[in-house]
Design a protein around this ligand. Sequence first.
Ligand code: NAD
Ligand code: LMR
Length: 325
Amino acid sequence: MTSAPIHVAVSGAAGQIAYSLLFRLAKGDVFGAGQPIHLSLLEITPALPALRGVVMELEDCAFPLLSGISVSDDPAVAFRDIDAAFLVGSRPRGKGMERRDLLSANAAIFKAQGRALNEQAKRTAKVLVVGNPANTNAWIAIRHAPDLPHDAITSMIRLDHNRAQAQLAAKAGVDVTAIERLVVWGNHSPTMFADWQHAVVQGRPLPDLIGDHAWYRDTLIPTVAQRGTAIIEARGLSSAASAANAAIHHMRDWVQGSGDRWVSMGLASEGDYGLAQGLVCGVPALCRDGRIERVRGLELDAFARRMLDRTVAELMEERAAVADL
Ligand code: NAD
Ligand code: LMR
């Protein structure tokens, strides 16, 4: 092994998403099979004993790439000189709650963590916000990390992208990897818009291949939008392994490149598609050489425009609700 370890912070490290995420990080699923990794784990003080158990399990895996583990309840310590961070730690919703119900509970967390990133993280750090409401939490963190470069902090909409991709592939009778140019726009909430308008399978428009536009509108879009709720109803807990998997896909593509495949990422708007500057919104992107390139200039038909406007309106409301906090 030749390269120096990459330092990766994970907050909420004793929680259920982290329990799926950490082992895959240590195995090399994000940064590659030749890249040693140091895990910097952040938790609240009462969860440190449970985190000790997770650390023991990580040690017991004898992962060749895992060069070290550190634990802290202080973001300023956990984020020191990190190359990447997964901000998972926050309160999940339970039955009967919407993700926006978590706004005020989690705003304070992302304010403090944004500040700590601003002061401690490497200027090249890549940060993914997973904790809900993910878009608005990312917006808060960005506001408190003015010295980090644009696009250093992103939010996760990849789980919705993956959910839509799997449903569309099953309907079309094709492999999931055959579906390209799928976009999930907007908020990671029931207003999100899974957009098949630009999607293709081996160059053929996916809407033509599936043909059933009523299924797309009346089944696909609501199924993807309500999937998180359906999992909470079924499991009594919010999605964890699939959320960790989506976080791995998001960061892996950002670090290693997405090739020519569009991915959906929550990015601070630069004004494309009429979005307010800075609003963190799910949009299509390509990743090359560690950089994010927005897919610009897509034509939106009247339906797509309406759907995008609806989810953006919700994001604007969330932003207004936390502006004073
Ligand atoms: P969990 O309750 O199992 O774990 C959360 C952990 O975060 C807990 O161990 C808790 O102690 C810790 N935590 C709380 N405040 C913290 C702080 N200030 N600093 C560090 N750690 C802190 O929850 P989970 O199932 O792992 O979910 C975590 C978050 O991810 C929730 O907000 C959930 O809604 C969200 N989520 C997002 C997506 C997405 O697609 N964006 C998908 C699934 C879940
Ligand atoms: C999900 O989409 O599964 C997560 O965001 C959890 C939730 O609250 O829906």
